[in-house]
Design a protein. Structure first.
Length: 353
């Protein structure tokens, strides 16, 4: 049975790819030493065109009326949210430009805007050595240190000193945790169920947020924040698994790297927390198959975030209370309780002590 793998290690050597979204130029060489803020590649996103239909937006019966409402002319340069057209009067309706750009044409109630080209600078994010060059797209960086891989993130990256703001792995993050001393820091907590806390953290601002769990209803709020948010165990209110919490707690006050970016395909990547440090030996091998003796973490309710050890893989299939027949394993949990859990609900933890 193929295993899902989550790396949780205080000392490991790893390789991480940093890739542009489009073809560009790699500006470092193989073997070069880089820091997290060094630019390793650059690219330019080409301009594109936005069509504004004033007739449809204002619900005009006669397209010729649009000319009286359009306040801009071809050739004008627009900033973000500049007014393109407005009806005037007590209940005036307004159309604003969605992006900065230049008006190309104004005709028959249609306004065509060419947006500005955008430059992209790709940071190394991980301090280390450029292990390989990905032609026109990016680099592979060899680095080492402590790593905790997460189940979900909002797609952003960040760097800052780590502060643990809850007393235990299951406690709720509260508003008082976001005091002035947390400004510019990466905050770690068990769980958070109040969307307003995420918004307040942005106003502080924080450099990032690491939680064990969070209700799935807060996904859109988390995605709207300007800082990275990582969930180590996934969605719910149970807090963080003990293995990850112990490691993060030991890293308090150290500078941590949050990588909330993920990729799919044949070689998917997980979001992760990392603290850079020199290690003597490499220990990055991931498990390919479930076997007896492996340390595992449950990533599905009702045992979300709990860890244990595989006693044995059960033969054939097991019928669950809901009638489903699944491949399962007998797990000795950390509290010595024996449970039968579907292997699809398990992550193998790669951990070195």
């Amino acid at each position: 049975m193929l295993a899902s793998f989550a790396q949780i290690s205080p000392a490991i050597k790893i390789h991480r790819s940093r890739i542009l979204p489009v073809n560009g130029s790699v500006i470092v060489r193989k073997g070069q030493k880089v820091n997290e803020n060094d630019i390793v590649a650059e690219a330019s996103l080409p301009a594109h065109h936005v069509l504004i239909d004033v007739v449809q937006a204002f619900g005009l019966a006669d397209p010729k009326l649009a000319a009286t409402y359009i306040k801009r002319a071809a050739g004008e340069t627009l900033d973000h949210h500049d007014i393109i057209a407005e009806t005037g009067g007590m209940f005036s309706r307004i159309i604003r430009t969605p992006k900065p750009g230049k008006i190309i044409t104004v005709r028959d109630g249609l306004v065509v805007i060419e947006t500005e080209a955008k430059s992209i600078s790709l940071k190394a994010l991980y301090p280390g050595i450029v292990f390989d060059i990905l032609q026109d797209r990016g680099v592979v960086i060899e680095t080492s240190g402590a790593v905790v891989q997460a189940a979900w993130a909002n797609g952003l990256t960040g760097v800052g000193p780590l502060i643990c703001k809850t007393d235990s792995r299951s406690n709720e993050l509260v508003f008082s945790s976001l005091e002035v001393t947390a400004r510019g820091a990466v905050i770690a907590g068990g769980t958070c169920s109040k969307p307003d806390i995420l918004t307040q953290a942005a106003q502080l601002p924080v450099a990032g947020l690491i939680l064990g769990t969070m209700p799935a209803s807060m996904i859109e709020v988390a995605k709207a924040q300007p800082y990275p948010i990582l969930l180590i165990d996934g969605f719910g209110k149970t807090g963080m698994d003990s293995t990850s919490w112990k490691l993060l707690f030991s890293l308090a006050n150290k500078e941590v790297i949050l990588n909330g970016e993920t990729t799919g395909g044949l070689t998917p990547t997980k979001p992760e927390v990392m603290v850079s440090a020199t290690v003597d030996e490499q220990n990055s091998a991931s498990a390919k198959m479930f076997t007896s003796g492996q340390t595992v973490r449950v990533h599905t309710a009702p045992n979300l975030g709990q860890t244990g050890r595989i006693e044995k893989i059960l033969p054939g299939t097991v019928t669950l209370v809901n009638g489903l027949k699944v491949a399962a394993a007998s797990i000795i949990m950390d509290n010595n309780e024996r449970k039968t859990i579907p292997v699809a609900n398990l992550d193998v933890i790669g951990f070195t002590s």
